[in-house]
Design a protein around this ligand. Sequence first.
Ligand code: ADP
Length: 319
Amino acid sequence: MKNIAVLTSGGDAPGMNAAIRAVVRKGNKEGFNVYGISHGFLGLTKGDLKKLEVRDVGDIIHRGGTILYSARCEEFKEVHVQQKAVATLREYNIDTVIVIGGDGSFRGAQALERHGIKTIGIPATIDNDIPFTEYTIGFDTSLNTILEALDRIRDTATSHERTFIVEVMGRESGQLALYSGLASGAEVSLVPEAIEEMSTVIHKIDESIRLGKKHSIVIVAEGAISAAECSKIISDALHIEVRTSVLGHIQRGGKPTARDRIYASRFGSTAVDLILEEKHDVALIVNEGKIKMKDFDEVITGKKNLDTSILKMIDELSI
Ligand code: ADP
């Protein structure tokens, strides 16, 4: 019987559990023993793994976080640490590992490939910052959490006729800021991919006030500018009271949305199909709604595009 393993690594993302469930159940159906590695690459170096049966992944499809725990393990960049992980895999006779995580985790998977272990990547990060894929597990849930927060902030912003600056996650990516800006009806979204002159932002808010708008909401991606810095620039320029809100870790957890559960299930099941087809050293991606695969090399060195026409749309619709 063939032995395979699954791990979650990097930042947790809602839907990771649905992906684990799909890997375990589809893997079992195809006659594989499926091992769950705890705490990502760190757990692998410590031999922290156990066989998962179909019932072990019951009742998790609707839960955020990851039952396998996640970890960051900087030492995994060192060859002697990777060799420890490989020794664990050899001991259990595991020849393929499905890595659920972001592009950092895919680099870890590639490191295992260099030692002769087959790997398949499933894109999971709330940031949706992985090149070539339209979608990563967790993005939709995070976006909806941000929207819920923005709707609440809007009530207060309207009642007090105030300008709010809301900082959202995304690391170097502006995807969450961009789409939450469009969906919430914000005045501006500031994203790292297309840095806007602050004078333009100030002008936009000034115009909104002049046109009689009750409030303004500016969304800033953490990789573009901090809410505090943005707030100071606007309040100094316009002499208005500005409030800030940094949404922080509430954006990471929570019950996965239908979209996240569906993609996670499709990714998990397809990853097992790829093992049957003897494919490896690839990440799964979504392209025009279809699940496809792409070489890790291309995914890791590629550049994620942001649809900057949405910025113009946000501006045009928030008059
Ligand atoms: P994400 O997968 O969400 O992008 P990180 O960038 O933190 O998250 O990466 C997750 C983990 O992947 C790291 O803690 C490390 O264990 C592993 N990793 C990242 N880059 C490399 C690399 N160049 N070589 C080996 N392992 C890596």
